[in-house]
Design a protein around this ligand. Sequence first.
Ligand code: HEC
Ligand SMILES: [Cu+2]
Length: 363
Amino acid sequence: MNRLFTGSFLAMCFVALALCAPANAHAATDICSTSAVVTSTNAPNGPTILPNIFDPHGPAARMIHDLSWLVLGICGGLFVVVEGMIFYGVIFYRRKKNDKNVADPRQVYGSNPVEIAWTIIPLLIVFVLTLTTVRTIRAIELTEAPEGALQVVVIGHQWWWEFRYIDPSIPGGEVVVANELHVPINRPVWLRLESADVIHSWWVPALAGKMDVIPNHTNHTWFTAETEGLYLGQCAEYCVNQHAGMLLRVIASKPVDFDAWLQTQAAPAVNDMTVAMGRDIFQEYACSNCHTVKGVSDGQFAPDLTHLMSRQTIASGVAPLDPTTLRAWIENPQALKPGCNMPSLQLDTQELNAVTAYLLTLR
Ligand code: HEC
Ligand SMILES: [Cu+2]
């Protein structure tokens, strides 16, 4: 009896897992991974929305959320019914102390009603789970941009994010920023996902499900942010060294605020003559080979710094952007983000101060 009990318990666990896994794989994995909470120097409007699939703030995330509850509900119900019957059998049909009857109980073979019941019910359950999952996936994985969508190209890099806004309304046609994605609320955002190196995964749980970011392959996803705020997310596909330090920040604001932000980003870099020395150092040292500052350098390897100071964090959300941290970062990036792809250029104190002063003018 004992062995039978353990056996059926294990079997049920496997069945429950198998039922949950395919439907939930999209939505409920890695719930425990969270983004580091960063203090910001110039906070966006609205609350900070943590990576939590149970707190959806847009249609795509809500569909995943509802489906997750349905799957959890069905699997939980099944678990309770089956385990309940097992416990009932084990407790009430145990052999009593003074029970002399050691023969097997009556065996039931080939009972049509029983066979039909345990074929039809699981079949129905699997049907419901499959159909609802397929319907949700189809609604989320749109193959064309929704009407009136803002289009952004997302490029995953080891270990930061590049965003390219492509829109005829932008002066110059394109705006390039890093790590902090600004979007207007209540307007669909259509993302084209590409990778510069290895496989990453885009995941801002309160806005939408995961989407892989694959080299030499373009994926698409979309979301609509319904409330103003700062949405945290992170890379959800192991991409070596600083995978955990590849955080995502989506700042959703009113359309007017978003437009104002976009105009600022489209403007050329500030050219402040009082920090000319810092700018010269930036150009002479390798900084300019890796980084773009529009009108000054055009390195494509690293984050665009044209409007660096309009961001709240550096190094993909790993550290707040303030003068002290910025200086420490330039002095030795490996201390703040070990293994990252920016070397320390061994600047002396004067050069370090000058470059930092220059970067601080790039609003
Ligand atoms: C070999 C290429 C390379 C060189 C040279 C380089 N950087 Fe970087 N830099 C990077 C990479 C890559 C990152 C992103 C690191 C990350 O987040 O993982 C970065 C990030 C930064 C950031 C943070 C940007 C942000 O928004 O997160 C600043 C500021 C910066 N670099 C300034 C400099 C300065 C100043 C110099 C010259 C003294 C310099 N870099 C030289 C590759 C380089
Ligand atoms: Cu990654």
